[in-house]
Ligand binder design. Structure first.
Ligand code: HC0
Ligand code: SF4
Length: 574
């Protein structure tokens, strides 16, 4: 342990800790901007580049950045001397000298850490009037909007893209005043290998990176009497949307969300979880076939579009590995525009499918060519959890006061197996529950595969299902996926099934979720909430979902049938 004093209060911390960490123990707040820490993922980016966190250390001539200065024995730190406060104000003043002042109409208004700092430091007039950057906004992709005029060079997005995700799209470009973090050659995002995971958007403290906003297309559809508008909500949305309305992280607000969606005017409120159960039917059929034949192993899950795009760009030699089953979002769209449209007598082009997703890559996935038929997309519009929260606010709905409501039938019925899709490990556990029952030919009671649970980036387990030993691996975060895939390429792994999710922790940490800024245990709380929801579900295995059984009996035939393949499976582009 190292002993030091901060603002005259003694504190002991582990060697290697920073002044910032020591101050946190004393509940002393030091402002930060470029610093990025994700407590439950055990990740910290100590860049020290913005210098907003400078403090005075006795005996040192220069101010020290608290986020990247390690503590030493006997150190005496003062966090709020006039010199430190003035230095912070000057740094902020300089940052703002080249930052647009249109906060009122910025998508990050009231959610911007720069704005919050200006408020916190009481900066009400600026001394420096600098030159202003004038870049064109990059609206080239369906998923992510970039506004370089707002980039403050904190490089948090670069860390997310290069260090955590190892995609390597964003890096420092240009020098001096011209310096920004952007794709090489300032290329539009759509021309790069960006997978639209949105981890850079989660990381960005300002409005330089945000989602492409589709709220107004949704409003327009809701107000078009010629359209029947249905909505599906992804598993991870229900355990995070409450945070937008002041509810505690880890609240499960499914019922309130359904009520809010009805108030917004959706004709039917359905659940992606229904389609997650459907995905399990198809994917597990494929898993069992491959395990029995020993061919094309390991099977890789394919429901995360960011991960699929990563594989297409970076590991084309492994393109035969992912399950051909479409993601739940896309299966939902395909079933809504065929089975359901037919049932209610509406033409597919007049049935509008809106998705609410924790993910920005889902916006891109819905636009992929193979997910349209005769020019009609299976999923018409994708909005994020944050965009739905904005719409609820815009409509003046008091979310936390709403009485719980139930999803509509039949595409709203789901099981506990489906809801855990939102957490890393959930898809594989859902598949194992069904595989075990099918192989054993009975309704097994042991259904909690706890070895595959938890927020860790890479998990490995050997599970015994009906006498068959399966080596499985689960990873979340594309940097972890890269490590695992490299191992497979080198022939050093003998897994039969692997689940990969692009975002660290899974969909619960998607690029479209409420901003968590890495603080506290928010992600773990969302994860626990998903497993709580599963535990409380009356049915916890996908193949026991009555609406799924009916769908096969009335429409699809058997899992893996020719018709099911035509409607519910896809191919990948290497
Ligand atoms: Fe996910 Fe999904 S679980 S990717 O994380 O599989 O976005 O929540 O909707 O499609 O179901 C996201 C979440 C989904 C899909 C499901 C899968
Ligand atoms: Fe990199 Fe993901 Fe951001 Fe694309 S969306 S730039 S891949 S972090």
């Amino acid at each position: 342990k190292v002993n030091l004093k901060i603002n005259d209060s003694p504190v002991s911390v582990e060697a290697g800790a920073t002044i910032l960490e020591a101050a946190e123990l004393l509940d002393i707040r030091i402002p930060t901007l470029c610093h990025m820490k994700m407590d439950c993922l055990n990740f910290e980016h100590r860049s020290g580049s913005c210098r907003v966190c400078v403090v005075e250390v006795k005996g040192r001539p220069n101010l020290a950045p608290a986020c990247s200065t390690p503590v030493t024995e006997g150190m005496e730190v003062h966090t709020n001397t006039l010199r430190a406060i003035n230095a912070r104000r000057t740094i902020l003043d300089l940052l703002l000298s080249d930052h647009p002042k249109d906060c009122l109409i910025c998508p990050k208004n009231l959610d911007c850490q720069l704005q919050a700092l200006a408020q916190e430091l009481g900066l009400h007039h600026l001394l420096y009037k600098g030159e202003q950057s004038t870049y064109n906004r990059d609206l080239s992709s369906k998923a992510i909007a970039r506004d370089l005029d707002k980039c403050i060079m904190c490089r948090r997005c670069e860390t997310a893209c290069n260090v955590i995700q190892t995609v390597g799209v964003l890096s420092g470009v240009g020098r001096g005043f011209e310096a920004v973090v952007a794709p090489a050659g300032l290329k539009p995002l759509v021309e790069t290998e960006c997978v639209f995971c949105g981890q850079c958007v989660q990381a960005c403290p300002v409005g330089a990176l945000t989602e492409m906003d589709y709220k107004y297309p949704v409003w327009r559809m809701l107000n078009d009497p010629a359209k029947t508008v249905v909505v599906q909500t992804a598993p991870a949305v229900r355990v995070a949307i409450g945070e937008e309305f002041g509810m505690a992280p880890g609240s499960v607000s499914t019922g309130k969300m359904v009520a809010a969606l009805r108030k917004l005017g959706f004709d039917k409120v359905f659940d992606t979880d229904f389609a997650a159960d459907l995905t399990i039917m198809e994917e597990t059929t494929e898993l069992i076939e491959r395990v029995k034949s020993g061919e094309n192993l390991p099977i890789l899950t394919s429901c995360c579009p960011g991960w699929v795009k990563f594989l297409e760009h970076q590991f084309p030699d492994l393109i035969y590995m992912p399950s051909t089953a479409k993601s739940p979002q896309q299966m939902f769209g395909a079933i809504a525009k065929s089975y359901y449209a037919e049932k209610i007598g509406v033409r597919p082009e007049d049935l509008i499918v809106v998705s609410v997703m924790p993910c920005l890559a889902k916006k891109y996935e819905a636009s992929r060519e193979e997910f349209s038929h005769n020019g009609v997309p299976d999923v018409d519009i994708v909005i994020s959890t944050r965009e739905l929260a904005d719409m609820i606010r815009e409509a003046g709905i008091q979310f936390s006061q709403l009485e719980d409501q139930e999803y509509d039938s039949p595409l709203g019925e789901s099981t506990g197996a489906a809801v855990i899709f939102g957490a890393t490990g959930g898809v594989l556990e859902a598949a194992l529950r069904t595989a075990a029952d099918w192989l054993a030919g009975q309704d097994l009671q042991e259904i909690d595969f706890t070895a595959v649970r938890g927020i860790r980036g890479i998990k490995e387990a050997t599970v015994n299902i009906a006498g068959i030993e399966l080596h499985v691996a689960i990873c979340s975060g594309l940097g972890n996926a890269r490590k695992l895939l490299n191992k497979i390429q080198r022939g050093e792994a003998d897994y039969q099934a692997i689940e990969i999710m692009a975002c660290p922790g899974g969909c619960l940490n998607g690029g479209g979720q409420p901003y968590h800024h890495g603080h506290g245990q928010i992600l773990s709380k969302r994860l626990e909430a998903l497993y709580r929801d599963d535990k409380n579900a009356p049915i916890r295995k996908s193949h026991q979902n009555p609406s799924i059984r009916k769908l096969y009996a009335e429409f699809l035939g058997e899992p893996g049938s020719h018709f099911a393949h035509k409607l519910l499976h896809t191919h990948y582009i290497a």
